[in-house]
Write a protein that binds this ligand. Structure first.
Ligand code: EPZ
Length: 421
């Protein structure tokens, strides 16, 4: 196990390159199972979830080559119709590989996916989509196998109870090769879904409505391998910018357009930060102690992203006033709060609501990351704290951030990675 040792107090200055989005490369790699020939993905992030995805593809029999930030997949030889549970349990995104397998083979066996413990995280919407696409689902939410007797060529339409990102992605993966027209209502609209649609349409799919609540998919008989550049990671970019919010200084993220972080811009300016945007760059400068965000309430895209809530809370912990946070997407988005309180933060939590009373100073803590974004939030808080923080559970952070200690050291932070005794 590893820990990050952070000595807070250094303001951060400099540029951070932003690479492909974790939540885009995962569905794209799953989609490569549906394509004949080679799919090539550029601008890929170097993350443990990507390593897991590559392992799953190779386990299924695909050929995968990695050259720096380019991943090339040829899935022509894939025959396996089962994803072992210990692979499914490693991350939430594994369920997308199951959906792609069903789409290709009309059958598949697996079990519940893993992922951050943000609450119940059921898969009922995924099973609903599979049934809507003609599969009979045997089993429960723990272990299930699915089989489709025939692919009926017909018009089908269904509505998602929640605009679930993963269920929308699985619906797309299942519909692209199913004869007939599939209409998905109340679909999620995240940019990463638009990226998946762009790749599939380039490969020969017929999907319309990207970015809207209604997707229409005309099934095609096959898809061919193409080259695709993964869109930048808006959550990683937002995280790096917010580090200047807790530690002070001025951070510029490069390779990301402001349009991907539109919902985050107003609260950043409300806090008194100087936010400057340039083509494919965003710069945040903290000139004085942040003002409170007043209220931040998450909702599906294009609303305020749940994946940035913990990091905004780290900034709010230092603000000159009180901020109300409401997470309307997940039930347990506050796993970092007890550790922040240990560092001197004052936070009241009731269900999916948290009230943060900002403090001028926080102090080093012995903290443990319990999920990816909570870990990032604790790191941000530690960068601005007085004294030393020991942050364990770094494996959660490595799922979504590349060598995060190197990034913050480049900016002037004092962050070391050490093996835990
Ligand atoms: C994706 O998770 C992301 N993960 C999450 O990012 C992100 O927080 C989330 O979308 C919301 O934007 C990946 O893309 C790999 P959902 P996903 O299905 O698809 C409920 C990160 O930090 N729900 O949109 O699992 C669910 O419980 C991760 O990068 C059901 O009820 O999210 C939640 O309350 C964390 N039944 C809501 O929908 C289902 O079958 C939204 O979940 C599925 C979901």
């Amino acid at each position: 196990m590893e820990a990050l040792i952070i000595r807070g107090g250094n303001p951060l200055y400099g540029d951070v390159p932003v690479y492909g989005a974790k939540n885009s490369i995962l569905p794209l790699l799953a989609a490569s199972l549906l394509v004949k020939g080679e799919s090539t993905f550029e601008n890929c992030p170097k993350l443990s979830d990507v390593d897991t995805s590559v392992d799953i593809l190779r386990l299924l029999g695909a050929r995968v080559e990695i050259n720096e930030r380019t991943i090339t997949v040829c899935a022509d030889e894939v025959e396996s119709k089962e994803i072992p549970c210990d692979w499914m349990s490693k991350m939430r995104g594994s369920i997308l590989f199951f959906g792609a397998m069903l789409s290709r083979f009309d059958e598949g066996k697996s079990c519940r996916p893993g992922g951050c413990p943000l609450g119940e995280r059921p898969v009922d919407l995924h099973l609903f989509v599979m049934e809507q696409m003609g599969f009979s689902v045997i089993g429960c939410e723990e272990d299930f196998c699915c089989k489709r007797a025939e692919k009926k060529d017909k018009k089908r339409k269904f509505r998602l109870r929640i605009p679930s990102v993963g269920a929308t992605e699985n619906a797309i993966l299942l519909a692209v090769l199913t004869p007939g027209e599939t209409k998905i209502e109340n679909a999620a609209r995240e940019p990463e879904i638009g990226d998946l649609i762009a790749f599939l349409n380039k490969a020969g799919a017929k999907i319309s409505g990207a970015g809207s609540k209604t997707l229409k998919i005309e099934g095609v008989s096959s898809l061919k391998g193409v080259r695709h550049r993964v869109i930048s990671d808006r959550i990683a970019a937002g995280t790096y910018l917010l580090a200047a919010g807790t530690a002070g200084g001025s951070v510029t993220v490069k390779g990301i357009d402001e349009s991907l972080l539109r919902a985050a811009m107003p609260p950043l300016r409300e806090a008194g930060f100087l936010v400057e945007t340039f083509p494919a760059e965003i710069k945040l400068t903290r000139k004085s102690r942040p003002l409170p965000f007043s209220k931040l309430s998450t909702s599906p895209y294009p609303g305020f992203p749940t994946d940035l809530l913990p990091q905004f809370m780290a900034v709010a912990a230092y603000a000159h006033g009180t901020t109300l946070f409401v997470d309307n997407v997940f039930e347990n988005r506050f796993s970092h709060v007890p550790d922040l309180e240990q560092g001197g933060a004052e936070i009241d939590v009731a269900g999916n609501v948290a009230l943060v009373y900002g403090k001028e100073k926080l102090f080093g803590m012995h903290a443990k990351a319990k999920d990816l974004r909570a870990g990032a939030a604790l790191l941000l808080a530690a960068l601005g704290a007085e004294g030393e923080t020991v942050l364990t559970g770094v494996e959660h952070i490595d799922r979504g951030y590349e060598r995060i200690e190197e990034i913050f050291c480049t900016l002037g932070g004092d962050v070391k990675r050490q093996k835990e005794e």
